[in-house]
Design a protein around this ligand. Structure first.
Ligand code: SD4
Length: 334
């Protein structure tokens, strides 16, 4: 029997490589700032290109520099390191909000064009979990290391232990303890996890995701961000997607994998993100109105898009010397 799925994959691959070659040839340096239709027109896609959740402009620029030099994975790692090292970002790395016992625990994962993946979860005292995740991918036979094992691995690899709880995050936590009321906050500080995807000039794609998770989560809680298929998924033949927001909803729909599968079926990145959000809504009819989930996606043509449940989700696209922060379309109106 004829294998239709192989045929389709081959078709997508051939079509995309041809289009990417054409788009590179057609791409003039310093083309004007992104128009939204560029996201739907493969011929105009300005690759290399980096896209990330939320307004992470400086981090995207660092990533793009490496991607332009042909170092795709370094771009993802170094771009995300920049957020992890920033004590003012209270959702990632140093300065991340603690769990409800006052401990900062970090989750991160990375996936590359060769379909390799690495991840760490419930990692304490190490500010760069994305770098540890990369080493899990490159230097171990495993995909995920958790907790004490992840910490020991990081220390063995030369990472230094440090206190990740900054004065700012500590004083907010002490304030929170007065009521210790836990309820999700939509788009308000508790969400600025970085998920980053990049495509290089050959059309290869990689991605990463790093977070301190939900502020004041239960001790031991792990979210979607270090779980391949949930917080991040890359299929170099099709595209990539990454998530932000309420991890529990992303985990139970494997949202990033789902988004990539929708692109495999022929949807554009925005359509695929929307379809993944709609699945989340269908499966959480009672609760979705109080939650935020947002996806961004990038396909093999260099097209990109995003979609969220609530308004207010932004994503940042960086290419050449342009940065553009997009307000994602959302299911619920403004
Ligand atoms: C989590 N998805 O741990 C993460 C949180 C997040 O922006 O994205 N914050 O559930």
């Amino acid at each position: 029997m004829k294998d239709l799925s192989t045929d389709r994959r081959r078709f997508i691959k051939q079509a995309s490589m041809g289009t990417i070659a054409a788009s590179i040839a057609a791409c003039t340096p310093n083309t004007e700032v992104l128009q939204s239709e560029l996201t739907e027109d493969p011929k105009s896609s300005p690759i290399p290109l980096v896209i990330s959740t939320w307004p992470h402009i400086a981090d995207n620029q660092i990533a793009l520099l490496a991607v332009q030099e042909g170092r795709l994975l370094d771009g993802i790692e170094k771009g995300i390191n920049n957020v992890e090292n920033n004590p003012k970002d209270q959702s990632v790395g140093l300065g991340g909000r603690p769990d409800r016992s006052g401990i900062v625990t970090l989750d991160a994962c990375i996936m590359d064009r060769k379909h390799r993946a690495g991840s760490v979860c419930y990692l304490k005292d190490i500010k760069n979990p994305i770098s540890v995740a990369r080493l899990v991918m490159e230097e171990t036979p495993h995909v995920i290391l958790a907790g004490d094992g992840a910490l020991q691995f990081a220390l063995d690899k030369g990472f230094k232990k440090e206190n990740l709880l900054t004065d700012q995050s500590k004083s907010e936590y002490l304030e929170w303890l007065k009521t210790a009321e836990y309820k999700p906050q939509i788009n308000v500080e508790l969400h600025d996890t970085i998920g980053m995807l990049a495509i290089d000039e050959r059309g290869d794609i990689s991605g990463g995701c790093s977070t301190s998770g939900l502020g004041y989560k239960m001790q031991g809680r792990v979210g979607d961000s270090p779980i391949i298929g949930a917080g991040l998924f890359v299929d170099n033949e099709i595209g990539a997607a990454t998530a932000t927001g309420m991890g529990e909803l992303v985990l139970t729909t494997l949202g990033s994998f789902l988004t990539v599968e929708f692109m495999r079926q022929g949807m554009t990145p925005t359509e695929a993100c929307k379809a993944a959000v709609m699945r989340t809504i269908e499966k959480n009819k009672e609760t979705y109105k109080d939650m935020q989930v947002g996806y961004i996606a990038l396909d093999k043509f260099g097209r990109f898009g995003g979609y969220s449940i609530q308004p207010g989700f932004q994503y940042t696209v960086t290419y050449q010397d342009h940065n553009k922060v997009f307000d994602a379309q959302s299911y619920l109106p403004k």
